[in-house]
Ligand binder design. Structure first.
Ligand code: ZN
Length: 524
């Protein structure tokens, strides 16, 4: 692949929102938030590789057309390695260190493990989310993020303070102030709690170190990211109504009551927003459509979590990837029924349905252990399949109740079938296996059918309802009992790629993008 081919894998999209949604004062708040986001993005680049900022500067100053392509790839990858192609180095001549720049480049797992055995008092600081490990002569030391990245964090915190001063909505202002302080002392507890509670106002702002994906050495260290998004008030209210309906959804799960899990504590708040600026970890392909934060278990058990669904990202993925696949695999009549709205509702109900079902499995001695410990390697495909199928079960119910348009009873199954192909295209992984289980099960029940002449698929709505109910019940019972043997039987029977699916997949245009290459007009 040359540089142009590498870039061509991503569909260019503008991620933006109507400026008129904000007052003049709020637009000024947005500008300060974006300024903070830029500095957070710089701190992120330093976390990945110490040479990143200098490399970006050199590429930006270079008149060569090749370097322009390199700069764009650099922005999408958060550094000079192609993360969608086994970290191929496209702008440097060395591989990416597994531990990024969180550790000394020559540090091995063995060396750090041995150090911690000799210095057990260092363990907490060394394995924390918010520190880097550095050499001090022959010794190793943990340096807190707020010292290591001070030159970027101080201006970021200052911009957050300025945004807070202008923000009319007091809970937002309070959150931004707490967050500014946290960037400078690495104590995120209070501001994370404030973020979970913050569900109204014009903005949804995520800023700080969160995910540990970039630390390939130990998985300890959190990467900086920032998202400045505008809350979609109408859609958030609609989704809140779905969360409010959770006790009803719980009560009608097609499984014995003892396997339904607890209804209390189900409802993690959901916010729908349109992003106008991402930086750091969040700029990287593949860009997230939804996330649940914070990750810190202390905060999760204190105040819970919040789900954020990013509608303009979902819309761009639908238009550039999901819908083109739909057109190539469904019969024309069914493809015509699929809309962004029912696709987005299924994404939501997938997320919501993760919360349904038993999480702690009763043992013969009366104790309970977490579900993932009983299903082990099969936990992820079973759990994802449950979220998909129970999600579809719930969409069908909510459409029948008038929560969603009634015609979704026909279109939601078609959307599900298209989604199976969309996922199968991305290869293995828990989500793809989950989709194969659903696809093959529904196919066996006559709920998914194939047009012999064209090879296109369609969902037979009259058969979908009973098949989805049956599979929902099976999955919920496997989880409720923590039944590894039953999970294994289901996976062995259904998690395979059927030849007719493979043939139809071959008709999908090979040049369809892998993901998006966003730009942010609000930040230019
Ligand atoms: Zn999921």
């Amino acid at each position: 692949m040359d540089l142009a081919q590498r870039l061509a894998r991503f569909a260019p999209v503008e991620l933006t929102a109507e400026r008129g949604r904000l007052s003049a004062r709020e637009q000024a708040v947005a500008e300060h938030l974006i300024s903070a986001g830029r500095r957070i993005g710089d701190a992120y680049l330093c976390q990945i590789w110490p040479g990143n900022l200098a490399l970006r500067e050199r590429l930006a100053a270079s008149p060569g057309p090749e370097d322009r392509l390199r700069l764009r790839l650099f922005e999408l990858m958060g550094g000079p390695w192609d993360t969608m192609d086994q970290r191929f180095p496209f702008a440097v001549d060395h591989p990416r260190p597994a531990g990024a720049a969180f550790y000394p480049e020559d540090l091995t797992k063995e060396e750090l493990t041995a150090w911690l055995e000799q210095h057990p008092a260092d363990r907490a600081a060394f394995s924390g989310y918010f520190s880097v490990i550095r050499r001090r002569g022959a010794a190793l030391a943990a340096v807190p993020f707020h010292e290591e990245y001070r030159e970027h964090l101080e201006p970021a915190a200052q911009s957050l303070e300025e945004a807070a001063r202008l923000a009319d909505y007091p809970p937002l202002a309070e959150y931004l102030r707490l967050r500014a302080r946290a960037l400078l002392d690495d104590d995120y507890f209070e501001s994370d709690c404030a973020w979970v509670a913050l569900q109204d106002g014009p903005f949804e702002v995520v800023v700080g170190p969160y995910e540990v994906y970039d630390d390939g050495l130990f998985g300890y260290k959190a990467s900086y990211e920032c998202m400045v998004a505008l809350r979609d008030v109408e859609e958030s209210a609609r989704f809140r109504a779905v969360v409010d309906a959770l006790p009803t959804l719980h009560a009608r799960l097609p499984v014995a009551p003892e396997y339904r899990g607890r209804v209390a504590g189900l409802a993690s708040p959901i916010v729908v927003a349109d992003t106008v600026y991402n930086s750091g970890q969040l700029t990287k392909v593949a860009i997230a459509t939804a996330f649940v934060l914070p990750n810190d278990a202390r905060i999760r058990t204190t105040v819970g979590t919040k789900k954020v669904m990013i509608k303009n990202v979902a819309r761009a993925k639908f238009a550039n990837i999901f819908y083109p696949v739909t057109l190539d695999v469904l019969t024309p009549e069914q493809a015509a029924m699929v809309t962004f709205e029912d696709y987005f509702a299924h994404v939501l109900l997938h997320e919501v349905s993760h919360a349904l079902g038993e999480r702690n499995i009763l043992q013969p001695d009366g104790s309970r252990i977490p579900l993932h410990q009983t299903l082990r390697d099969l936990y992820s495909p079973i759990e994802e399949c449950k979220a998909d199928i129970v999600g579809l079960y719930n969409v069908l119910f909510l459409a029948g109740e008038g929560f969603f348009p009634r015609e979704w009873r026909e279109s939601a199954p078609a959307t599900y079938v298209a989604g199976c192909f969309r996922m199968a295209r991305t290869g293995g992984g828990a989500h793809a296996r989950a989709n194969l289980i659903g696809f093959n099960f529904l196919r066996e029940r006559g709920a998914i059918r194939q047009d012999a002449a064209t090879g296109r698929f369609w969902a037979e709505a009259s058969a979908v309802g009973p098949a989805v109910e049956e599979l929902s019940g099976t999955l919920l019972q496997i989880e409720g009992r923590g039944d590894y043997a039953a999970a294994q039987a289901l996976v062995q029977r259904y998690a395979f790629m059927p030849p007719e699916m493979e043939q139809t997949l071959a008709q999908v245009r090979p040049d369809l993008p892998l993901d998006l290459a966003p730009t942010f007009p609000w930040a230019t």
